[in-house]
Design a protein around this ligand. Structure first.
Ligand code: ADP
Length: 787
């Protein structure tokens, strides 16, 4: 919409609303003849002759409640003049208020349609129709509002113009449904109504400004013309709709036009037939204007249904629930007031004394009917307007979409609960899923069911919904519901999750509706659709997990094979080295070529340490076998740790690879004794020191420190070697694992040492701690808890 057009609509729309409100205020203060004179024949008021009912309007215009006026009355053939104070015209009736409410309803619908479809020509026509309709309804009459010759005439002017135009706009609107659009002739269509409006206003203003009854009488004549035109417009509009209805294609279009027709016939029909038509003929109305006017309510109501339910003008509304309830309250308040009016007049007719009693009784009776009525209307509106149509559809779509992006069952269940709780809305929801293995049933997912119903105990068979007694509106029970959910349950229904796999079973449980209504068919449909989706996605996740698991175990088997092959080659390497040096050394010694006693001793020492290394290696391999079979046991004995560490320091550092290694030891002043398997711990420490030497290619400086700190005794082995990356830290204790860097730095090694160290420490209730900076060195600590 162009800016100027928008400003135009905004300005004229608000002007119409404001003038209507002003007119309503004036109307509320409309003066009427005092109660004492009611029922008597009035000939003149302040000299203005009274011939028809409408003459009162003119005679009293410009006056206020409480003003005095001279009434010429005739009774029993005699005339008398009485001076009396004017009373409030509407003291007894709430009709202006009813019309006001209907009018507000009209404004809201007209305004919303224009806001939603500002570009649609049909929406624009509808806007004008609705605004003219509401303005004429709220202002209610031209002369009624006049208090002086100033601003109080404005509502009357709007009324005189809007009233004829309503019918024209309705006709134009009806014609938009015909197959051949009638745009060009549109002006001709408005012309009679606009002319009548102008004439009514000229005579209205003239009669008021000049206080001319002659002009008023002329205005009344034009008003009769207008009545005829009104009938003609409404009948043509209805006929046009009937024709369009016949030609309409598709269920939607038919339903749309049907509702418009209902609105027109039910809303304007009684008014046109029982009020306008007799008046146009010059006789009295068959029903009062007020009474026929009540049917106007059908106009905005039917139009609203057509728009919202049947997507009139392609408006797909996702109406905020509070807006609908606000409208609903207006609607029911109007119905309430009308019913009071009707009851009151019916009861009053029953007996003359019933006057006051009637008013009270009517109020009580209507109030009694009000609550069920409101509930009923609310129910109808709920069905018609939005729940299942938009909220439910939205919830299903949103869930399906979000479920695609969700990767774990927990969040999926959470998503389900959030969606269903918000859509209905509910006070709670829950999900339970079980995995069936043979006879047993294991709960693998449970959300929102913390306390009850006991998930494992509740069996929801496929195809059946479990419900608490009275949880469902009566006629929704058919066929698929069993009322077997315990009365104590905080859930109203449980719906099975329709898994296609027989390995899964589950249900969703739904709590109370916040609106405190019972469940209806569409609620159950929503639950089942969402449950379908939930089940489908849960199965998808289950399948994916299985595939991942299979792939992982296959990869693990491959890895194990690779490690085994590596192990065999490392073992042969590990054996070949010491064996060939033992062989060389012993041959050398045997040949007698080494004469120097000290040299021979050195060689013998080397021979011994090579044998030691070989035996340690074999020990590790054998131990690994024992550990794998769970046969490795430890025999604790009181042992001095200092002695143990000193032994290890002496043993290592010699032999091939150990040349040039410096091993330093640090001990606390107090001796430290522990109950340990000395051989095993020595083996563990030996492994650490061997590694420290192996993985320190250049600076082979090793510190072994005994620390007696707090609740632990620690033996720390520090090196300044290649260090261990964060990535490797989690794997180096695995059997056969060797980091590629380590394998490059030192060919020897089979990847069993650290695994054995860990096993030994665990066998002593302790742990192995590792701190390391890659490239700078590592500290392995054997941590023993103190007894
Ligand atoms: P091996 O030394 O026979 O390979 P281990 O089980 O003793 O087997 O050690 C496993 C791996 O841990 C080694 O391959 C190496 O990658 C790493 N590692 C052990 N100790 C050290 C250390 N002091 N410095 C750097 N890396 C080490």
């Amino acid at each position: 919409m162009r800016k100027s057009t928008r400003v135009f609509y905004l300005a004229s729309g608000s002007a119409i609303v404001l003038i209507s409100l002003y007119g309503f205020l004036l109307l509320r203060a409309r003066p009427g003849i005092p109660a004492s004179l009611r029922g008597r024949e009035v000939l003149r008021i302040d000299g203005v002759g009274i011939h028809t009912i409408r003459d009162f309007g003119f005679a009293l215009s410009g006056k206020r409640i409480g003003d005095e006026a001279d009434f010429d009355l005739r009774s029993a053939g005699k005339t008398e003049t009485v001076r009396a104070r004017l009373a409030a015209y509407y003291s007894q009736t709430s009709f202006p208020f009813i019309f006001f409410l209907i009018g507000v309803f009209g404004f809201l619908i007209g305004g919303s349609v224009l806001l939603l479809k500002p570009e649609d020509p049909r929406a624009r026509i509808f806007f004008w129709a609705a605004f003219c309709f509401s303005a004429s309804l709220i202002i209610n009459g031209d002369y009624y509002c006049v208090r002086d010759k100033g601003a109080s005439m404005v509502p009357g002017v709007l009324f005189n113009f809007a009233y004829p135009m309503v019918a024209a706009f309705f006709l134009a609107f009806s014609l938009t449904f015909s197959r051949r659009p009638v745009r060009r002739s549109a002006l001709i269509l408005y012309l009679p109504a606009a002319t009548l409006g102008a004439l009514l206003n000229i005579t209205f203003l003239g009669s008021v400004l000049r206080s001319s009854q002659a002009l008023f009488i002329l205005q009344q004549r034009i008003f009769v013309l207008f009545r005829w035109s009104f009938l003609a417009y409404v009948i043509t509009a209805a006929a046009a709709l009937v024709v369009s209805l016949k030609r309409a294609e598709g269920k939607g279009e038919k339903a749309r036009i049907q509702w418009l027709l209902y609105g027109l016939v039910v809303g304007l029909g009684p008014f046109a037939l029982f009020y306008q038509f007799p008046l146009a003929l010059g006789s009295g109305p068959l029903l009062s204007e007020e009474l026929t006017g009540v049917f106007f309510l059908a106009v905005p109501a039917a139009f609203a249904i057509s728009i919202v339910r049947h997507r009139l003008m392609d408006i797909e509304l996702v109406i905020n629930r509070s807006v609908v309830y606000a409208l609903l309250t207006i609607l029911t308040a109007s119905i309430y007031l009308v019913s009071i009016e009707l009851l009151q007049s019916a009861l009053a007719r029953a007996g003359p004394a019933a006057g006051r009693v009637a008013a009270v009784a009517a109020a009580v009776l209507s109030a009694a009917a009000f609550h069920p009525l409101r509930k009923r209307v609310q129910d109808v509106v709920d069905r018609a307007f939005f729940r299942q149509r938009s909220d439910y559809r939205k919830a299903v779509l949103a869930f399906a979409e979000a479920a695609q992006r969700t990767s774990d069952p927990e969040s999926l269940a959470g998503l389900f609960m959030a969606r269903v709780i918000a859509a209905v809305p509910l006070d709670r929801a829950g999900v339970a899923v079980f995995r069936i293995t043979g006879e047993s049933k294991k709960l693998i997912l449970s959300r929102g069911l913390e306390t009850e119903p006991p998930p494992a105990g509740l069996k929801v068979e496929q195809g059946w919904i479990l419900a608490r007694k009275n949880a469902l509106a009566a006629r929704e029970q058919a066929g698929r519901v069993r009322e077997s959910l315990p009365a104590s349950s905080r859930f109203e229904v449980a719906v099975p999750l329709p898994f296609s796999s027989t390995l899964l079973e589950g249900f969703v449980a739904l709590g109370r509706k916040r609106s405190e209504e019972r469940y209806r068919e569409d609620d159950l449909d929503l639950f089942m659709t969402l449950a379908d989706d939930l089940a489908l996605n849960l199965e998808r996740m289950e399948l994916r997990d299985q595939v991942i698991l299979e792939r992982a175990s296959r990869e693990k088997a491959d890895e194990l094979n690779r490690l085994k092959t590596e192990f065999i080659s490392s073992v042969s390497h590990e054996l070949r080295n010491p064996i060939s040096s033992i062989q060389g050394l012993s041959e050398m010694l045997e040949s007698g070529a080494i004469a120097d006693e000290r040299k021979r001793e050195g060689l013998l020492h080397l021979l011994a340490s090579e044998c030691g290394r070989l035996s340690r290696f074999l020990h590790n391999v054998l131990d690994f076998g024992k550990i794998e079979q769970g046969a490795r046991t430890y025999l604790p004995r009181r042992t001095s740790l200092r002695a143990l560490i000193e032994d290890v320091a002496k043993l290592s550092g010699c032999g091939s690879g150990g040349e040039g290694a410096i091993i330093r030891t640090v001990f606390p002043e107090e001796p430290v004794f522990l109950n340990i398997d000395a051989d095993a711990v020595k083996q563990a420490l030996m492994n650490l020191v061997d590694n420290a030497i192996k993985y320190s290619p250049e600076q082979k400086e090793i510190d072994i420190e005994l620390v007696d700190a707090g609740g632990n005794v620690e033996v720390r082995v520090r090196d300044r070697g290649i260090g261990i990356t964060a990535e490797d830290r989690g794997r180096i204790f695995d059997a056969f694992y060797r980091s590629p860097r380590a394998a490059a730095a030192h060919a020897g090694g089979v990847g069993l040492g650290l695994g054995i160290v860990r096993h030994i420490m665990e066998g002593h209730g302790g742990t192995v701690r590792l701190e390391s900076v890659p490239g700078r060195g590592s500290v392995f600590s054997l941590v023993f808890p103190k007894p």
